[in-house]
Design a protein around this ligand. Structure first.
Ligand SMILES: C[S@@+](CC[C@H](N)C(=O)[O-])C[C@H]1O[C@@H](n2cnc3c(N)ncnc32)[C@H](O)[C@@H]1O
Length: 350
């Protein structure tokens, strides 16, 4: 695998063995907090048109000059701002992903991580010792906790949308969806994948199946995208009831990493029962390499699952074995490149 270093760890290469890489790993939280603070102050949106000097930005953000200089220098060093002739401008990365209101705005994910994910990460050793989730109250579980708190449910589902929108685009480009009539996205959350699938395939219809508490954001997104006539939302619980029938393509995106192997087999059997004969199933995830040494985004997401859920990010081979155990055939591996997924597994119902 190609080496994937986070941006704050990309520095001059040297053959000398030093503790610098350890300090870089350790300072991951400094980089995260710099990004989150800049997004919280909406720095990138506020200077999008004009750029700004230290003094101008201090005035815009209503902060003192000293901290603003430090924040902007940090953002420049992280590749989020660029300095030209004394003024700071958004880099291409910030211009595309950090401006509120743009379609690819990543702010909801950054703010959710900052507000809800980092604190439990500080107690990682406890999760390692107890093999139990720590976040969102964790009793009885992440999704029950979200269901009973509409604000947190909205924050979570909007964050997932920011992560999954371009995973949906990657899926729609990687597969020939015109071979299918109806896609059902099981645990489809914000509707991101269905929206991108129907956008890319004019003959496709889609269904977002999820807990009713998650579907408010999905309905809003589907309406704003102009697809209310082609994407339906169906509330339900994939542990308590059978999945709706009538789809010839079923998607599970970032679902199986939430659950134990036994529960994943239950979900996959329900997908098998619901799917039309000769239909296909897609698993979209940050897949772990079969030797469990990475890649880095999947390994880090897996530890997030330790903190958040009873699952983990499984390997390509583990997902494949479960698909075959419940009767799917012709399982194909399709690598993709997106924040929420590095690969698709596609299997066929005989
Ligand atoms: C990590 S999110 C993934 C959302 C979406 N598939 C994506 O990739 O953006 C997990 C989703 O599973 C849904 N979910 C959790 N438990 C569920 C259940 N028992 N039945 C149906 N959906 C469930 C959650 O509401 C949430 O939308």
């Amino acid at each position: 695998m190609a080496e994937q270093k986070p941006v704050w760890m990309q520095s001059e290469e040297t053959s000398e063995l030093t503790a610098i890489p350890l300090l870089q790993i350790l300072s991951g939280i400094y980089a995260s907090k710099t990004l989150a603070a800049a997004v919280e102050f909406d720095l990138f949106t506020k200077i999008a048109e004009t750029g700004g000097t230290f003094e101008e930005v201090a005035a815009i953000l209503e902060l003192e000059l000293r901290p603003v200089e430090m924040l902007m220098s940090g953002c420049a060093a992280l590749g989020l701002l660029e300095r030209r002739e004394g003024r700071f401008y958004n880099s291409a990365l910030s211009d595309t992903y950090l401006i509120a209101g743009k379609p690819d705005y990543f702010g909801p994910m950054i703010l959710m991580a900052d507000r809800r994910v980092y604190e439990p990460w500080l107690h990682l050793t406890e999760a390692l010792k107890t093999n139990r989730a720590l976040t969102w109250g964790s009793q009885p579980g992440l999704f029950e906790a979200l269901s009973s708190n509409p604000d947190e449910q909205r924050m979570f589902t909007r964050a997932m949308h920011a992560v999954s929108l371009r995973s949906g685009t990657s899926m729609a480009k990687a597969l020939d969806l015109s071979n299918y009539r109806c896609l059902m996205d099981v645990g489809g959350g914000s509707g991101a994948y269905c929206i991108e699938a129907v956008r890319h395939c004019p003959t496709l219809r889609a269904v977002v199946f999820d807990l009713s508490s998650a579907l408010e954001v999905a309905r809003q997104n589907i309406k704003e995208a102009g697809f209310s006539d082609r994407i339906e939302t169906i509330p339900g619980d994939f542990f308590l009831e059978a999945l709706p029938k009538g789809s010839d393509l079923i998607l599970l995106s970032m679902i199986l990493h939430d659950w134990s192997p036994g529960k994943n087999l239950t979900i996959l059997r329900k997908c098998m029962d619901a799917l039309e004969p000769s239909g296909s199933i897609i698993i979209s995830e940050l897949m772990m390499d079969d030797d469990k040494t990475g890649p880095l985004p999947a390994a880090m997401m897996s530890l997030c699952m330790l903190i958040d859920t009873e699952g983990r990010n499984y390997t390509w081979s583990e997902y494949t074995a479960w698909l075959e155990e419940v009767g799917f055939t012709d399982v194909r591996r399709i690598p993709i490149h997106s924040p929420g997924a590095n690969g698709l597994l596609v299997g066929r119902k005989p």
